[in-house]
Design a protein around this ligand. Structure first.
Ligand code: NAP
Length: 242
C-alpha cells in the first residue's frame, strides 16, 4: 500500500489486516510507517516508499520479492493536492487553482505523485502481482476528476475542477482503465474508487465522511473474487461516470 501511514490509507491497511492480509504499510518517512504499523498490529510491516522516487520504488519491490515472493493486492492510495510555499495567502492559493495562472512546476508536482507515481509503482509491482493467483490493484481516485460530472453546468462542485488535483485524478482514472485493458487476459483486476469527501489532512479535515467510510469501497475492491469486475470507477453508492 502506498501512503498508508495516515488518513484513508491507514484505515484501508487496518481493514485489510483485519481480513488476515499481511500488510506492507508504505510511507515516505519510514518512522511514520513504523508508528502506523505498530498501531495496526502484528500483520502490518512498515516499508519506505516514496512514489516519486525510482530508487525507493525499486527497493520496496525488491523487499517484497525477497521477504514474500509475491503481492496479492496493490493499493495506490498516496495522493496530494499540492504543496504551497509557506505563507501562501488564500488569494494566491486560488491562483494555484486557476488553469490560466497555476505555476507549471506546481501542476507537474501533483501529477508526479497522483499519476506518474501510480504508474511507476504499478510497473514495479506487476511482476509480483503476476506471481499471485488473484492479483488486485485498487487506485484511490476521486469523483472530482470525473469529466462527465464536471462537464455538466449544473454539477454543484464543478468550481473545484482546477488546474492540478482534479485533472490528475481524471488521468488516474484513464491510467486505471489502460492497465485494466492490458491485464484483461490475466487474473489481475484493476479498479479505481472514490472515497467521498473524507476528513483528512489533505483537506484540513473539512471532509464530512470518516476514514472508516472512506476506506470502504477500496477494501471492497481489494477483496473481489475471480468473478469480480475490472476496469471500473465506483464509490460506495455504485458506478461513477468517467
Ligand atoms: P492524507 O491524509 O493527506 O494522506 C495522503 C497520504 O499520501 C499520506 O500517507 C502521505 O504521506 C502520502 N503521500 C503523499 N505523497 C507521497 C509520496 N510522494 N510517496 C508516498 N506517499 C505519499 O490524505 P487522504 O485524504 O487520506 O488521501 C488518500 C487518497 O484519497 C489520496 O489519493 C486522495 O487524493 C484520495 N482522496 C481523498 C479524498 C478526501 O476527501 N480526503 C477525496 C477523494 C480522494 P506523508 O504523511 O508522508 O505526507
Amino acid at each position: 500500500m502506498t501512503g498508508a501511514n495516515k488518513g484513508i490509507g491507514k484505515q484501508i491497511a487496518k481493514e485489510l489486516a483485519g481480513h488476515g492480509f499481511t500488510v506492507l504499510v508504505g510511507s515516505r518517512k519510514l518512522e511514520n510507517g513504523e508508528a502506523a504499523a505498530k498501531e495496526i498490529g502484528e500483520l502490518a510491516h512498515a516499508i519506505q516508499l516514496d512514489v516519486t522516487n525510482e530508487k525507493s520504488i525499486a527497493a520496496a519491490a525488491e523487499r517484497v520479492r525477497k521477504d514474500f515472493g509475491r503481492l496479492d493486492v496493490l493499493v495506490n492510495n498516496a495522493g496530494i493536492v499540492g504543496e504551497f510555499p509557506p505563507g501562501t495567502s488564500f488569494q494566491d492559493r486560488l491562483k494555484f487553482h486557476a488553469p490560466s495562472q497555476a505555476p507549471l512546476n506546481y501542476i507537474r508536482s501533483v501529477y508526479e505523485t497522483n499519476v506518474f507515481g501510480v504508474i511507476a509503482v504499478t510497473q514495479a509491482m506487476l511482476p509480483l502481482l503476476r506471481e499471485s493467483p488473484a492479483g488486485r490493484i485498487v487506485n484511490v481516485g476521486s469523483s472530482s476528476g470525473s469529466l462527465t460530472l464536471n462537464a455538466n453546468p449544473v454539477f454543484p462542485y464543478r468550481n473545484i475542477f482546477g488546474a492540478a488535483y482534479s485533472p490528475s485524478k481524471t488521468a488516474l482514472a484513464a491510467t486505471t482503465l489502460a492497465f485494466a485493458i492490458e491485464l484483461e487476459i490475466t487474473n489481475i483486476k484493476v479498479n479505481v474508487v472514490c472515497p467521498g469527501y473524507v476528513a483528512t489532512e489533505l483537506n484540513d479535515f473539512q471532509g464530512f465522511r470518516t476514514v472508516e467510510q472512506g476506506a470502504k469501497q477500496a477494501v471492497k475492491m481489494a477483496l473481489i473474487g475471480p468473478d469480480g469486475p475490472t476496469g471500473t470507477f465506483t464509490d460506495e453508492d455504485g458506478t461513477l461516470p468517467w
